[in-house]
Design a protein around this ligand. Structure first.
Ligand SMILES: NC(=O)c1ccc[n+]([C@@H]2O[C@H](COP(=O)([O-])OP(=O)(O)OC[C@H]3O[C@@H](n4cnc5c(N)ncnc54)[C@H](OP(=O)(O)O)[C@@H]3O)[C@@H](O)[C@H]2O)c1
Length: 256
């Protein structure tokens, strides 16, 4: 665990990270950058963080610094900072490549990490590239760590962080359909949540069985699962998901 964690870019994502870290590291000192005033104030009140006066103060006071600004601000924000050799900088900024991070944070060590909002409940898969023992050890607080062998793999895995958001949309669409057909919306949301939770639980339980086999076992000939799968296929429903992942992957590969 670092002696002091600094976060530059205190928006939505930083909020999930802080909550997850605080759940696991009660005594960790967390220093936040001043921008994103409302979030910084909430996090300092709820999770015992300190808000610094300047971004450089965050860097000067911390041994591990997380950069969580939007991709289009990365170069301006990080380029204005001076780092030390004994520091590690973790960028969670989508699409900013390791070579860029390294160049901007030198002489500190730069690594890439990516997680999802379930970091707040310590259940986020967290992708790391390149491997770094200290980061691996620290970030495992957020959920299972996956060290990627190369940046191409990291970029493919990163697309799943977008798919995570689409699953909430799927949940809501299913609940809307239930509500339109006579369920209360809240009730429909609970039912959809439980279905998706069942999917995750059984996928874990049956981890040694191929998903193709699981689907086959559920889609009994002439049954309702098969009926719905056929309708989805006739409407290019699965192709649409592949296309969406391709679009995200292209975007993630595109930035320098
Ligand atoms: N949201 C997610 O679930 C998620 C998941 C994985 C990765 N990420 C990555 O996390 C990063 C942040 O995303 P987000 O959703 O948290 O965006 P966000 O809510 O817009 O947060 C960005 C924060 O950066 C602050 N900022 C802007 N300029 C700054 C500066 N010069 N110095 C310090 N802070 C500055 C903004 O402050 P102001 O509000 O004052 O402008 C804002 O608080 C992105 O790169 C994204 O790729 C997000």
């Amino acid at each position: 665990m670092p002696a002091k964690l600094g976060i530059i870019g205190v928006g939505h994502f930083a909020g999930f990270l802080v909550e997850g870290f605080r759940n696991r590291y009660r005594d960790l000192e967390i220093v936040l950058s001043p921008r994103g005033e409302e979030m910084s104030a909430r996090l300092s009140a709820d999770f015992n963080c300190r808000v610094a006066g300047h971004n450089q103060t965050v860097v000067d006071q911390c041994d591990l610094v997380i950069i969580s600004v939007r991709p289009n601000s990365f170069e301006d924000v990080v380029g204005a900072l001076k780092f030390r050799e004994d520091q590690t900088v973790v960028s969670v900024v989508s699409g900013i490549m390791h070579s860029t991070i390294k160049k901007f944070v030198a002489p500190a060590k730069g690594v890439r990490a990516l997680a999802i909002s379930s970091a707040a409940i310590n259940q986020s898969p967290t992708y790391l590239y390149p491997d770094d023992f200290g980061c691996r050890d620290f970030l495992q607080a957020l959920g299972p760590i996956h060290v990627m062998d190369n940046e191409e793999q990291f970029t493919v895995a990163a697309a799943y962080t977008a798919l995570y958001g689409w699953c909430f949309k799927l949940l809501d669409e299913g609940a809307d359909w239930g509500a339109a057909n006579g369920l209360e919306k809240d009730q429909a949301i609970t039912l959809m949540r439980e279905v998706l939770s069942g999917v995750a639980g059984m996928a874990d339980h049956d981890a040694d069985i191929s998903m193709e086999k699981v689907v086959e076992s559920l889609a009994t000939k002439g049954g309702i699962t098969e009926l719905g799968l056929n309708v989805l296929e006739e409407n290019d429903g699965f192709e649409a998901w592949h296309n969406a992942l391709d679009a995200v992957h292209e975007r993630l590969k595109g930035s320098s």
